[in-house]
Design a binder for this molecule. Sequence first.
Ligand code: SAM
Length: 288
Amino acid sequence: MSRAKGRLYVVATPIGNLADISLRALEVLKQVDLIAAEDTRHVKVLLNHYGIAVKTVSLHQHNEDKVADTLLEKLADGQNIALVSDAGTPLLSDPGMPLVKQAKAAGFEVSPIPGPCALIAALSAAGLPVTRFCFEGFPPRTSGPRKAFFQNQLSNPVTWVFYESSHRILACLKDMADVLEPERIIVIAREITKLHETIVKATLAEALALVEQSPDMRKGEFVVIVDGAQEKPEAEDITPEQEKILVLLLKQCSLKTAAELAAQITGGRKKLLYQAALRLAKAAVEVE
Ligand code: SAM
């Protein structure tokens, strides 16, 4: 008689504090035949902490297609497998998609074991609207594509969230400040659940100044949450003359500088000119 098919468990693990693991996650990790982990040495810290001695196999972004085939054979053979990443929920900016996709396509049961996830933890403490939100993963690593990434989000009306590393957080915020309004509210959630957990809610300009001035604010792991774009006031608008000047300035300098210079030249309101500059820059991108 052939053995029943195995089941794939997608298990969320702590994002810093080892106590943040569910009873069910521990139960599953103890009972499975094999644990597929992004980094087997990393997961051993968790497994040793909880006295779990199950065999591990490495599944990371460079080998996951190949390893997925082997794991499907093991599932077919009746083995139960847990998939974990270094931290948080697998597949969320982490490996695992090919395995889950192929396991489902092959008719195996895939069960989530829910738990920590940095973006959800950050959203839960940010105090920004979460009825709808969008998760954008990691922004591009270089300035040009990163500014284009922010341009795309300019008029997004819902809260948006992204991950960033300590190496790039300052450059990333600087690029963001070149594209978004300085008064846009953002939340920087750093080292969540760890000793130096810091959650700062401020305007973009204030947050950038803080990260520039405080070396500690550039250490650790980051989730950045951005308030959605506010509706523009209908009543007031810039004059055709101001628009002409803005269009010329936008060809030479950043949104912020263009708005500031246009305000100085025309005596108009900086905020109004900034909003118009945003609109004009977006229209220009759409035409391209
Ligand atoms: N799958 C994970 C999850 O569910 O959150 C995310 C994995 S992704 C490769 C790692 C990124 O998540 C980090 O660079 C950071 O942006 C964010 N992150 C993970 N742990 C964090 C923490 N404790 N505090 C803040 N951000 C964290």
